[in-house]
Design a protein around this ligand. Structure first.
Ligand SMILES: Cc1ncc(COP(=O)(O)O)c(C=O)c1O
Length: 446
């Protein structure tokens, strides 16, 4: 049922109480939650909603309205919401207790599964979130190299630690390699510790790496930077330069892991880093993330093999949580079944091909950069889209207006962010989405 139909129903009176329920919840969120939401991101008031339930590729809001969900909890629900096999496995584990801190079988089995699947992994270390995983991966790199600085790429997102929030959303291109912090509250002493380079500019990145080699602990990169695919040779150039200078190359695969291919970006783009970080899809929608890497680096986390003075501390109360590990194991079993990635390509590929064509019919230059399983819609005629500077040409206000029209028509998107495709999305969902896209373009064209 779409937004307008709901409005009609509501006016008939039967749904009035339910509509009030959602409005009441949003109002209470504004009173009791900082910013009225769960972070900086809040939907525009006219389409703000409270999710009551997720089912497969859809969510239902507090008024009982159905949405096709292209945000998937910001990525984790790759298999769809409440997958029956994950729900059953988690239910069985829950009855045995929810956390122990000590070793448990689900976490050991998940570690084994990850090591077998991830090209750069000989061992893994679990964390509670993707932000913790990248934070600890950078700490590990500093420990094994004895150097302090980190190079990241402009526009790249590695979570919210004080080392990640540099040059992530600059309003104009940075003065490479100097970066500006993205948030208040980052210690001034960290200025200069995190350098930035433009994504997809291999020559510039290698020049910065060569120049700062003696101080760089790590180069961290999202191999698919938000919605930008790496140009041929870019990741290879990072691999060569970091190997030459014994700098740790970290692939942040929190988004790409098990999503753009079973072997993630390492399989898709054919480059193997030293360390990689995982989260989102890896744990089947439950809170858990991981760092994967070779023994020579991971041994810094091993109190039995490493002298206390050379140990890296990276523990957390819920880091080896058996519920999340059970969800992760079940999710990986499901994702490894034949047909998973073909389905993601088919669903996402059709949306990526058709949305720009529909936009063009109404006079809009809409592009769908990214991979079929995760991509963006960007309103710009700049082609190709390769860097943050290119993305700055996109019309964000127009995208917001278009997204609001989609939300009104029962398509759940995060404006100016990504479309995440789920194994649970169907051809019928795509039909309905394209129809809504057509109506949304028509409305904003007026
Ligand atoms: C590439 C990437 N790295 C790290 C993170 C941080 O993960 P979390 O939100 O679990 O802390 C995210 C989150 O969106 C991400 O997209």
């Amino acid at each position: 049922m779409c937004y307008h139909e709901c409005q009609d129903d509501a006016s008939k009176g039967g749904k009035r109480a339910e509509l009030n329920r959602q409005a009441d919840l949003v109002e209470r969120a504004g009173r009791y939650l900082a910013g009225g939401g769960l972070g900086l991101f809040v939907l525009p008031p006219e389409v703000n909603l409270v999710v009551a339930e997720g089912r497969g590729g859809h969510v239902i809001d507090a008024n009982g309205r159905d949405f096709i969900d292209y945000h998937l909890g910001s990525g984790p629900a790759l298999l769809g919401h409440a997958h029956p096999e994950i729900v059953a496995a988690v239910g069985r584990q829950l009855s045995k207790g929810s956390t122990y801190y000590f070793l448990n079988e689900p976490v050991i089995r998940l570690a084994e599964r990850l090591v077998n699947a991830i090209p750069c992994a000989e061992q893994v270390h679990f964390t509670g979130s993707g932000s913790e995983a990248t934070f600890f991966a950078m700490r590990l790199a500093r420990a094994v190299t004895g150097r302090d600085k980190i190079l990241k790429f402009e526009g790249g997102w590695h979570g919210v630690s004080d080392y990640s929030l540099w040059g992530t959303i600059p309003p104009r291109p940075s003065r490479y390699p100097d970066a500006e912090p993205d948030t208040l509250g980052i210690p001034a002493a960290l200025r200069g510790q995190v350098l930035v380079a433009p994504f997809n500019d291999a020559a510039r990145a290698v020049e910065i790496i060569d120049r700062h080699a003696g101080e760089l602990a790590a180069v961290i990169v999202e191999p698919l930077e938000r919605v930008l695919t790496p140009v041929p040779g870019f990741l290879e150039a990072l691999r060569d330069a970091t190997r030459r200078h014994e700098i740790v190359l970290i692939f942040d695969e929190v988004v790409t892991g098990f999503r753009i291919a079973w072997g993630g970006a390492q399989e898709r783009y054919g480059v193997t880093p030293d360390l990689a970080t995982y989260g989102k899809a890896m744990s089947g929608g439950f809170p858990m993330a991981a760092i994967a890497g070779p023994n020579r680096i991971m041994k810094s986390l091993d109190a039995h093999r490493t002298d206390r003075r050379h140990l890296v501390w990276a523990s957390g109360t819920l880091s080896g949580n058996p519920i999340s590990a059970t969800a992760g194991l079940t999710a990986l079993d499901l994702l490894s079944r034949p047909g998973t990635y073909d389905h993601l390509h088919k669903i996402g590929g059709r949306l990526r091909r058709e949305i720009p064509k529909i936009g063009a019919r109404y006079g809009f230059a809409a592009q769908t950069p990214g991979e079929d399983a995760v991509f963006g819609v960007r309103f710009t005629s700049r082609e190709p889209l390769r860097s943050w500077e290119d993305l700055l040409t996109a019309d964000k206000d127009l995208n917001l207006r278009w997204s609001v029209e989609l939300l009104r028509r029962g398509i759940l998107v995060n404006p100016n962010e990504k479309f995440y495709i789920s194994v649970a999305h169907t051809d019928a969902d795509v039909d309905r989405t394209l129809e809504a896209c057509d109506q949304a373009f028509a409305t904003i064209a007026r």
